[in-house]
Design a protein around this ligand. Structure first.
Ligand SMILES: [Zn+2]
Length: 128
């Protein structure tokens, strides 16, 4: 078996897009880039759950994925933290924090422990 086998041909090139997250009622989340074109974001269930969080609407975000059709980006799997918020030049990971239990979640919604609504907490992955 040859370990130096040529890499499997990529279906579509990887892309990182950056712009304002646009959330409209009953519409798929999208990013508005510098050219004001909307790029619709598709993703797995957890990714879409985060992208539908109204608290993220209008924020400057960066998303990594693959362009699957003109104007449509398939976001990389949720565990890769493919959705980041850009603030003061920093790339922040989207997390949700429960003050009561000191539990961090990566999806919006009630705390899995006490069922209270978690608070959006954007984290700098480099800060400790
Ligand atoms: Zn809790």
């Amino acid at each position: 078996m040859c370990l130096a086998d040529s890499p499997k041909a990529a279906d579509t090139p990887a892309a990182t897009i950056h712009g304002k997250l646009i959330l409209r009622e009953n519409q798929t989340p999208a990013i508005e880039g510098a050219d004001h074109k909307l790029i619709v974001l598709k993703g797995d269930g957890s990714t879409e759950h985060v992208l539908h969080d109204k608290r993220l609407a209008g924020l400057d975000v960066e998303v990594t994925g693959h362009v699957v059709a003109p104007g449509i980006l398939e976001v990389d799997p949720f565990y890769t933290h493919a959705v980041r918020v850009i603030k003061d030049g920093k790339h922040l990971i989207v997390t949700y924090w429960c003050d009561v239990c000191s539990i961090r979640q990566f999806e919006p919604g009630p705390c899995w422990c006490c069922q209270r609504e978690t608070k959006l907490d954007l984290r700098d992955p480099d800060a400790q």
